[in-house]
Each structure stands twice: as C-alpha cells, then as structure tokens.
Design a protein around this ligand. Structure first.
Ligand SMILES: N[C@@H](CCC(=O)N[C@@H](CS)C(=O)NCC(=O)O)C(=O)O
Length: 216
C-alpha cells in the first residue's frame, strides 16, 4: 500500500482515507520488495515520496498528525487526548483483536460451536466496554469523542466495519443488539463525508474480495 501522493491532500483525514483504500501489490506476502518496506509483512504501509516507509497503522496515524498539524485530529487538552487514546486502545485491544479468530472459526468446514461461543463472549465483553465509552459522550455529537472527528474515528470506522463484515460473514446478525452506541456509530459516522467514504470504500473492497473468493 503506497501513499505517494498523500502530500497533495490538505488534511489528515484524506491521508487516512488512502491508508484504508489503496491496495498493495498482489504478491506482497512473498515479495522481497514489500518485505523491505515492512519486515512485519503486513498492511498498511505508508510509503513516502522519498521512498522511506512507515508501517503499523498506529504509527502511521501519529505520523500523519505530526506531518500535517494544520488540521489537528488529536484534542489539544491532555485529558481529552487521553480519552481519545483510551477509545483507540479499547477498540484495538478488546474489540478488533477478538474479531480476528472468529473469521477463522466461522470459516472452518465443521465450525466448533463451543470455541465460537467462547470467542463471541470475549468479543461481546470488548464491545460492551467500547459501547460504554461511546455512550458516555454521545450527547456531544455523532463522532467517537467531543462532537468532532478525531484520531479515535480513524480507528473506529474500520473496527465498526469489521464487526459489520463479521455479522454478515457468520450470519450472526444480533452481535450488536445489546450495544446501541456501537451499532448506531455506523449511521452517525456518515455525518462526516470523509468517514463515510472510508466505510464505502471498505464495503467495495469486501464486495470485490467476496466475488473473487466465490470464483476461486
Ligand atoms: N498491528 C498492525 C496489524 C496489521 C495487520 O495485521 N494487517 C493484516 C491485514 S488487516 C495483515 O497484513 N495480515 C497479514 C496477512 O494477511 O498475511 C497494524 O495495525 O498495522
């Protein structure tokens, strides 16, 4: 995933959008050139115009904030910033991380229902934590925190989209029934055209992936 032209964009949200949407070369898992960009052999990787690369989404987001300070997505107040970081930590460590094993579990030829239930319980507990944080701040507006787009939204959009994908993939459409704030975030993010665009492009990416999978 390369972002050669990100410097043309005027704010970080545009750059973050490109982080989400540009696709790496087909052979990225085996390519020596890709390994040189990111020894962890994972996407995303931000490649600067001068060829230097920055892997790891958390590092990329912080770099974009440092490189484009004109439109800050980090709150100036340290306590508010801590809250944004907490949202990110909970979304990443207790929600996103618990979704990954489930895709594998649901994809098995003979799904192990006990293992699925155990993993769904862990995920439900993480979603509950995130839901609590979102609900506490809901009165201030549609976004993750403070009624304006922040770096927390850069995390929350893909996390919420992943939950959407998991519900569709597994047919377990009830996963967010008890978590109204997390469920409703899919609607409220559309108040920002940039966040809506990230969601729509992830949707299109998944559609293409599923079509390729069905053909294979
Ligand atoms: N901590 C990394 C995780 C990145 C990650 O795990 N990316 C997945 C795709 S979403 C990946 O590249 N997995 C390796 C693979 O698919 O071979 C980050 O936040 O950038």
């Amino acid at each position: 995933m390369e972002l050669h032209h990100f410097a043309k964009h005027t704010d970080q949200i545009e750059a973050i959008i490109y982080q989400q949407t540009l696709t790496p070369p087909e052979d990225w898992r085996t390519s020596a050139a890709f390994r040189a960009l990111n020894p962890m052999v994972r996407v995303p990787v931000l490649v600067l115009d001068d060829g230097r690369s920055i892997p790891e989404s958390a590092v990329i987001v912080e770099y974009l904030e440092d490189a484009f300070p004109a439109v800050p997505l980090r709150p100036a107040d340290p306590v508010d910033h801590a809250r944004v970081r907490l949202l990110i930590a909970v979304a990443d460590n207790y929600v996103m991380r618990e979704t990954f094993p489930l895709f594998g579990l649901f994809d098995g030829k003979t799904p192990d229902e006990d293992a699925i239930q155990a993993q769904l319980a862990k995920l439900d507990s993480g979603i509950g934590l995130l839901n609590g944080l979102l609900a506490e701040d809901a009165a201030r507006g549609p976004f993750a925190f403070g009624g304006r787009v922040s770096t927390a939204d850069a995390w929350l959009v893909p996390v919420r989209y992943t939950l959407e994908g998991l519900m569709r993939f597994s047919g377990r459409t009830h996963l967010l029934d008890r978590h109204a704030a997390v469920a409703g975030y899919a609607r409220s993010l559309r108040e920002s055209p940039a966040l809506a665009r990230v969601w729509d492009e992830m949707e299109e990416g998944l559609r293409q992936f599923m079509a390729r999978r069905a053909d294979a």
